[in-house]
Ligand binder design. Sequence first.
Ligand code: SF4
Length: 209
Amino acid sequence: MNSFSPNMLKTFENCQKKYYFKYVQNISVPQPVSFFEKGKNIHALANYYLKGADISKLLPALSPEEKQIWQKLLENEFFQKTYVNSEYNLSAKINDFWVGGRLDALMKDGDDYFILDYKTGAIPKNPEYDYQTMVYLICADRVLKNYNSLKFIYIDLKNNKNYVIDFYSEKKVQYVEYLTKICNKISQTLEFDLSSEKCKFCEYAKFCY
Ligand code: SF4
């Protein structure tokens, strides 16, 4: 049975050629280390902190900018909720497919649950219908079963803002429909569209003809 991550779905929608390189031919192209460094450090620190580890030895290694970002995250109202899990792998079966991914953190306040996603860069253009949002909410809904409310929170650490997405039954139906549609489309694709023109800012540009 086919299984898809939000990244796979997004890649297919944006460029089938890239999807073909990355997920069919399994060509892996490492990004420059500096590209993700800041985000990776903050994510790792947040995970240790939430799991109750002693982070005092890690803090001096942060750059001044990372220290500021870390402080913003510590002060964030959603990051201060009750911890449920972090770096949390979840999956859910949707019709004939599995979708899943790893949540930055799941927090709660009584029976109200919050999926947190820390962003040191930009938040998605259309956050409510981003594949990550849809997949994580559907997965959390399956695992939690009984809850009062469930929300997805993009924590925009650059601008110190939260983008809050509510989840309710109509949206659940809509998300399942969207996810089924794209999963079906991928699994029925026998020939990928390789006609796109090479672009500048893609890590696969050197394979692109
Ligand atoms: S360079 Fe552009 S066309 Fe080629 S794989 Fe990347 S995104 Fe697609």
